[in-house]
Design a protein around this ligand. Structure first.
Ligand SMILES: NC(=O)c1ccc[n+]([C@@H]2O[C@H](COP(=O)([O-])OP(=O)(O)OC[C@H]3O[C@@H](n4cnc5c(N)ncnc54)[C@H](O)[C@@H]3O)[C@@H](O)[C@H]2O)c1
Length: 321
């Protein structure tokens, strides 16, 4: 199948592109950067298109010229840059997603998979949220993503697009570069694996739902391949780690492998302000489990930390480390 991955040179997109290639698909990536980053070693096997989501013609040309049959739409500005530049975030995340849906409609792409976020749950959210919890985001990132979840539903109802959406919690894995509020989980494992000190920017008791990057990629593939009749809820939470660990739980799991890990804490007041209002502690993914068979392979902190350290130590260059 000819598959487009927007954001296909990014953290999750690159892993997805790699997995799709291994399955024998023709993969086209689309993004603004000429830096191949995490796909440098497989770049010859892919078609890499340089373009920006907010420029409609660039999205349309890519979909038309490559006769795309499925789109994984992962291209996005993340939370921190969206908050810093909400105007650009609107163009990339909202207009860009509309451009992807329009391209699918006009050039007969049957299916679009969209990546949304736990950040769509905010105001008044209980500590446990499921797919029927009211979403009232307060950030530019969360607001844009929620709009696009609804837009996907609209395109399905109005134009018959096989739209499917996934909400990720914090995705834990090697080689992340953006200092988002939950990035401490990844860096607390990665830095010690590289024998580097890590100053954690949240308190030891801070807790937020997460999943391993390999499971995030798997969830995208699973939902895409699920029979259409099993997709009832349309936009789904997917989780991984249970129970949701604190920062000190992550530290303890790292110390089982690296007892002398150099981990200290210096909470960032701005980030702690976020956690004071971020109430979600359990990201209930039971609808994904029930409807299309979602289960994480890496369900425990121990499994994630062990695999993560191995990846960092054996495949450092693959993750740009
Ligand atoms: N990493 C997480 O913890 C997490 C959590 C929830 C949701 N998500 C979602 O998963 C998806 C992938 O995120 P990621 O973690 O791989 O982040 P990432 O920043 O590594 O990837 C985003 C990709 O989007 C591309 N992009 C940015 N601006 C663009 C533009 N104007 N036009 C085209 N492409 C553009 C970037 O080049 C990058 O390749 C995103 O949609 C994100 O919102 C990620």
């Amino acid at each position: 199948m000819r598959i487009l991955v927007t954001g296909g040179t990014g953290y999750i997109g690159a892993e997805l592109a790699r997995a799709l290639l291994n399955q024998g698909h023709d993969v086209v990536t689309f993004g603004p950067s000429s830096n191949l980053g995490r796909i440098a070693d497989i770049a010859d096997d892919l078609t890499v298109i340089r373009g920006t989501l907010e420029h409609k013609a660039e999205v349309f040309n890519t979909v038309k010229d490559h006769r795309i049959e499925r789109i994984f739409h992962l291209g996005s500005m993340l939370s921190t840059p969206s908050q810093a530049n909400p105007w650009a975030s609107f163009q990339v995340n909202v207009v860009g997603t509309m451009n992807v849906f329009e391209a699918a409609r006009l050039f007969d792409v049957p299916q679009v998979i969209f990546s949304s976020t736990i950040g769509t749950f905010a105001l008044g959210a209980a500590s446990v949220v499921n797919d029927f919890t009211i979403q009232r985001p307060t950030t530019m990132y969360g607001s844009g993503k929620l709009y696009c979840e609804c837009l996907g539903r609209f395109y399905k109802n109005r134009f018959g697009l096989d739209y499917r959406g996934i909400r990720f919690p914090s995705v834990i894995g090697p080689g992340t570069t953006q200092r988002t509020v939950a990035q401490y989980n990844s860096w607390m494992i990665e830095y010690p694996a590289l024998d580097k000190p890590f100053e954690c920017f949240v308190t030891p008791a801070t807790r937020g739902p997460g999943m391993y990057f390999k499971d995030a990629v798997r969830s995208l593939q699973l939902i895409a391949d699920a029979p259409i009749k099993s997709i009832q809820t349309l936009n789904y939470n997917v989780g991984g780690l249970s129970p949701t660990p604190t920062a000190s739980d992550v530290e303890a799991a790292v110390r089982e492998h690296i007892p002398d890990a150099m981990i200290t804490y210096k909470p960032d007041p701005a980030i702690m302000e976020y956690y004071a209002s971020a109430k979600v502690k359990v990201f209930d993914d039971s609808y994904a489990r029930h409807e299309w068979g979602w289960t994480p392979v890496f369900g425990s902190l121990g499994e994630i930390v062990s695999d993560f350290i191995t990846e960092v130590r054996t495949s450092r260059s693959k993750y740009g480390l």
